[in-house]
Design a protein around this ligand. Structure first.
Ligand SMILES: *Cc1c(COP(=O)(O)O)cnc(C)c1O
Length: 386
């Protein structure tokens, strides 16, 4: 790629992260230790939860959260098909069945109505995906869950810093799973976090992320009161390292600034795209009091624009502009089609979106002029085909 290309996303890492990484290396302790502890404490304070448990991806977070909530064979978990495969995959690997609720076309979120429509007597949990940085109707979903005795586990991979009715996603007692993959609003290279107010769940998360051994490596080697350890349950190896947490600590401190910048860029996009037929940004999700602007997603209406989404992405690449596809409907992927027999028409709004969504470049270090460039590229393409 030439220097002149504009990527979909690029992480914003700086001197603070570099300095902290050097300190970690010089400290001699590079795996899970004091930096992870500090990152967890600062993250739990930021979202307003009693506990934040760091893991090495959001996929791991979802796995551990589902396990800790007791989801297993025979259970149904209602989720969105407008998501990254990991959301459904983690339900599937536990032997449970992902049941896909349709999304609202304006926001691409599941709603209490669409979730309600697919509930059965085997439903055990609701796993909503807060799409693109807005929140689902959490109160509506929590009410539904409470009245049917269901658990809520949030896929908050897009929602670091998102607020619903003035409350941060991840705060309170509903389990939330976050991602720190490089494309996400803050990054640790790879990484994730699970938040909850429950002491009991937090203990389970910690146990399952580290071998099912009831003390992690740092407390075993760092603070020796007893050298003994005990395998309580067969667990996984999902711990975050201090090298990664070194990034996370400084990324978290910069998050509000990142979101401010993303919000400004999103407003520019909305102004400049307003006159282009066939390119439509998503609409606001009611209840979302702070949009974290993880992604700037538009839908391409082929009849009006002149070409479909796939062609649009190719033509944008030719203009030197990177785009992203978040997401193609999970229920139409090979495994889910063949296992559950899904066919086109089964989940109509999700399929509608799956054919039309495209993410435009959005990251804090983009300039205002970069937004203009993207919108100019779109106009150029439209002129070229009409
Ligand atoms: C990125 C993402 C994940 C997975 O996060 P990882 O940290 O890469 O495991 C899960 N769900 C959604 C909606 C995502 O966008």
């Amino acid at each position: 790629m030439s220097d002149n290309n504009l990527p979909l996303s690029r992480p914003s890492l700086g001197e603070e992260e570099i300095g902290e990484i050097l300190d970690v290396i010089q400290s001699g302790w590079i795996t899970s230790g004091p930096r992870v502890k500090r990152f967890e404490e600062e993250f739990s304070r930021y979202v307003g939860a009693r506990h934040a448990v760091a893991v090495n991806s959001c996929t791991a977070a979802l796995h551990v959260a589902l396990l800790a909530h007791g989801i297993g064979a025979g259970d149904e978990v209602i989720t969105s098909s407008m998501t990254w495969s990991a959301t459904a995959n983690m339900i599937e690997v536990l032997g449970a069945k992902p049941v896909f609720a349709d999304v609202d076309r304006q926001t691409l979120q599941v709603t209490p109505e669409t979730v309600s429509a697919v509930m059965t007597e085997r439903t055990r949990a609701i796993l909503p995906v807060h799409f693109a940085g807005q929140s689902c109707d959490l109160d509506g979903l929590a009410g539904l869950a409470a009245s049917h005795g269901l658990t809520i586990i949030q896929d908050a991979a897009h929602a670091v810093g998102t607020e619903f009715c003035g409350r941060r996603i991840g705060g309170g007692d509903l389990t939330a799973c976050f991602s720190f993959h490089p494309i996400k609003n803050i990054t640790t290279g790879e990484g994730g976090m699970i938040t909850t107010d429950s002491d009991e769940l937090a203990d389970k998360f910690r146990l399952l992320r580290f071998h099912g051994v009831n003390r992690d490596a740092w407390s075993r080697y760092g603070k020796i009161d007893s050298p003994r350890y005990e395998t309580v349950t067969p667990g996984w190896k999902y711990n975050l390292t201090d090298l990664q947490a070194a990034l996370g600590i400084h990324q978290l401190a910069k998050l509000d600034g990142f979101i401010e910048r993303r919000t400004h860029l999103a407003e520019l996009y909305r102004d400049q795209l307003a006159g282009i037929d066939g390119v439509k940004p998503l609409g606001p999700a009611s209840g979302t009091s702070r949009h974290a602007w993880h992604l700037f997603v538009v839908t391409i209406e082929a009849d009006q624009f002149g070409c479909d989404r796939d062609r649009f992405m190719q033509l944008m690449a030719q203009q030197g502009v990177g785009t992203g596809l978040h997401f193609t409907a999970v229920h139409l992927h090979e495994h889910y089609r063949s296992r559950y027999g899904y066919a086109l028409g089964d989940i109509p709004n999700t399929e509608w979106a799956s054919d039309r969504v495209v993410s435009l470049p959005l990251f804090p270090r983009m300039s205002d002029a970069d937004v203009t460039r993207v919108c100019e590229a779109i106009r150029t393409i439209k002129r070229g085909i009409s």
